[in-house]
Design a protein around this ligand. Structure first.
Ligand code: NAP
Length: 328
């Protein structure tokens, strides 16, 4: 592999609107260093956080210029020194990259590279990383959900929501999901939700409470906390936990609502998972891929040169139905 080989990649040279995502045809193919893997990328998941980082409003501000993207699926091209887990030709997916995934090639640290089972195609492989590791972190590492408990997945048809539905079903939780469209409803129901409610409908929280016989839910996986957190506190059962996975602003809550149920609000940040926690999560996800219950649902597909459109659409979505993925 020569360092002078060129590839197509998205580059961000200034923070701003989606139009700052520029497709460049003259980016050097990166070289894998010690314990790094060079991957020929076939698909890369688009995550909402990549739009926040690109806009410059997120706490993380990469050095410019940079290429976004953490969740790729593709084929190992070559490996650096001391890489033993994968070899050239292996189909893989990643949970993080060093050089960015919106590109024809990317380099990733070997502990972020996982073999992709034959049963999953590349877009499905690109839908695993952040969504499934986040869903596991919220449900297990944070909320410590137990079999038999009732989980409300607030935003059950998107990338994290579908992952949370599949994991919850496999682990024996009772699942109530919320979605915004009838297409999203089908996605949630076919991926594990027992009951689904429309979060755009007046009075839907009353229906959720009715479905629990007035008891409330044990755990909420919340994708839009700035809209729902106050109502979430009303929907919790005694000892209930809200996991704040997504939030796009502030909201007023009454702290007394937590006293009444001795409930907890817990923040979730997938990036804080320790290596041991990541290994534990990966072990369960592998079991799910083998058993067949882990099947990422791929929603809209965009070619690499439409990355800016994808960034616009994921934030202004008329209704999520699976994971948004770029293909190369
Ligand atoms: P996505 O695929 O774009 O899905 C967004 C979801 O939010 C959809 O299911 C959508 O439902 C739902 N939603 C929209 N309005 C809602 C409302 N009023 N109440 C409840 N849900 C609503 O995004 P994603 O990848 O699943 O990510 C979801 C959120 O989690 C994003 O804010 C993302 O930044 C965040 N996230 C955080 C972490 C972390 O570590 N904390 C990791 C991954 C993602 P409809 O479209 O059907 O209305």
């Amino acid at each position: 592999m020569s360092g002078s080989r060129l590839m197509r990649a998205i580059r961000v040279s200034e923070f701003g609107p989606p139009s700052v995502l520029k497709l460049c045809a003259d980016v050097e193919v990166p070289q894998p260093g010690h314990r790094q893997v060079l991957i020929r990328v076939r698909a890369c998941g688009v995550n909402p956080v990549e739009t926040y980082i690109r806009s410059g409003t997120h706490g993380r501000r990469p050095n410019l210029p940079y290429t976004p993207g953490t969740d790729v699926a593709g084929v190992v091209e070559s490996v650096g020194e001391e890489v033993t887990a994968v070899t050239a030709g292996d189909r893989v997916f990643t949970t993080s990259t060093v050089s960015g995934g919106y590109a024809e090639y990317t380099v990733a640290a070997d502990d972020c590279v996982h073999k992709l089972p034959e049963a999953l195609d590349f877009p499905q492989g690109a839908a695993i990383g952040i969504p499934y590791f986040t869903a596991y972190r919220a449900l297990i590492h944070k909320a410590q959900t137990k079999a038999g408990e009732t989980v409300l997945i607030h935003g059950a048809s998107g990338g994290v929501g579908v992952a949370a539905c599949q994991l919850s079903r496999a682990l024996g939780f009772r699942i109530l999901g919320t979605v915004g469209t009838s297409e999203g409803m089908k996605v949630a129901l076919t991926n594990g939700a027992h009951l689904v409610f429309n979060h755009r409908e007046e009075g839907y929280t009353d229906k959720i409470m009715e479905a629990t016989g007035g008891r409330g839910v044990d755990v909420i996986v919340e994708m839009l906390s700035n809209v729902n957190l106050s109502a979430d506190l009303q929907m919790l059962a005694y000892g209930g936990r809200v996991t704040v996975v997504g939030s796009r602003g502030s909201i007023e809550i009454n702290p007394r609502d937590t006293m009444a149920k001795e409930s907890s609000i817990m923040g979730v940040a997938v990036f804080f998972a320790t290596p041991a926690e990541k290994r534990e999560c990966a072990a369960l996800l592998y079991a799910g891929m083998k058993a067949g219950w882990l099947r990422p649902v791929v929603g809209p597909l965009y070619p690499l040169d439409k990355a800016a459109e994808a960034h616009h659409d994921i934030v202004e979505s008329p209704g999520a139905a699976g994971k948004m993925v770029l293909t190369m």
